[in-house]
Design a protein around this ligand. Structure first.
Ligand SMILES: [Zn+2]
Length: 348
């Protein structure tokens, strides 16, 4: 068995003594690592206890990754953004209507400074093993016909800053149509901020591992979703990233799709000397037979995935996004992890 790491995301964290019980439950469910999903509010308000909670997890033997969850609504996730709350500007702008969107433009100096300062503060003060870049994307990411979403032509960002940067690089006004140059410009700027943040983190904490998790979509010749991180070769070869990860898939999708995405994930990781990570859905939706989770985990393990992760702890129990049988899903995930995790990486 090749799987070295198994884990779940964990949010709503406030008190280390309560988190300790949950971490022990994760270890009983054969997890050896945890992703702390940190909203802007958590970081702003609960910072002293984030330090303690990370230490509690480490003391129990778990590896700890920090997820900049939903920050600026640039990363995936449900939490609201304090940056957007406090800034009427520095927003992404629709290319078709020029309207500002409810997402920060990560190419603006204001947002970059804000994001780097969060990362640096976390790197200095929280004893974590790494950071998790959680589904970063431009607003209005879906474009063209897609298996995971409808067709859409509008895109972002065409704010003043992006337009000025584009014109500086290409020598003409940024088009409203997504040309090849626009695609390239968007992808390069989207990676630039993550690369710089990763470098700053490693300058502070050289052992930090950076996991970059992109949407698990086809992105081939015919179908591309234009989220900005669609060119997996570009993401894979970014030297400051250590793990190439792709997100959860709907259980409604055919198993051949699970295989294809996983093969491409492992291929990109190996090509660029990274470890691979695949995600399992453990909230909201469940397969017709819950035991299929075990088969999918085994499929990923057989295909050579290094790290298996699931969103989220206890199947999202108690949230609006709970799986119908959340706790049953959670127990099945624990069994699946127990079968695929290499025993030498298991927390005793
Ligand atoms: Zn912009």
């Amino acid at each position: 068995m090749s799987v070295k790491e198994t884990g779940v995301s964990y949010y709503g964290l406030s008190y280390p003594e309560h988190a300790e019980k949950d971490f022990k439950e994760m270890i009983q469910h054969n997890c050896n690592s945890v992703i702390l999903a940190l909203s802007e509010f958590d970081i702003d308000f609960w910072f002293p206890n984030i330090i303690k909670i990370a230490k509690t997890a480490k003391d129990l033997g778990l590896k700890v990754y920090l997820d900049t969850w939903g920050i600026g609504k640039w990363f995936g996730g449900e939490p609201p953004s304090i940056f957007l709350n406090n800034n009427t500007r520095n927003r992404q702008v629709s290319a078709f209507t020029d309207e500002p969107l409810a997402a920060a433009c990560f190419n603006t100096k204001a947002f970059r400074d804000y994001f780097y300062s969060i990362c640096e503060r976390l790197a200095v003060e929280v004893e974590a093993d790494g950071f998790f870049w959680d589904e970063p994307h431009y607003a209005l990411p879906k474009s063209y016909a897609s298996i995971t979403g409808g067709a859409g032509d509008d895109w972002a960002c065409r704010c003043e800053v992006c337009r000025k940067n584009f014109e500086g690089q290409y020598g003409y006004e940024m088009p409203r149509i997504m040309t090849r140059e626009v695609v390239s410009f968007r992808e390069n700027s989207a990676l630039e901020i993550l690369d710089e943040a990763s470098r700053r983190i490693k300058a502070i904490r050289p052992s930090a591992r950076i996991v970059c998790c992109v949407h698990a979509t086809i992105n081939t010749y015919y179908v591309k979703e234009s989220r900005g991180y669609d060119d997996w070769n570009k993401v894979g070869k970014t030297s400051s990233f250590d793990v190439f990860s792709t997100t959860i898939l709907s259980y409604k999708l055919p198993r051949s799709y699970f295989k294809e995405i996983t093969q491409r994930t492992v291929d990109i990781s190996r090509k660029y000397g990274k470890e691979s990570q695949r995600w399992l859905m453990n909230y909201y939706q469940q397969p017709d037979d819950v035991a299929e989770i075990r088969e999918i985990a085994r499929l990923y393990a057989d295909m050579g995935v290094d790290s298996l992760y699931a969103w989220t702890y206890r199947g999202g129990y108690g949230t609006v996004l709970a799986a119908p049988n959340a706790l049953e899903m959670w127990d099945m995930l624990g069994e699946a992890y127990g079968e695929v995790l290499d025993p030498k990486y298991k927390i005793k």
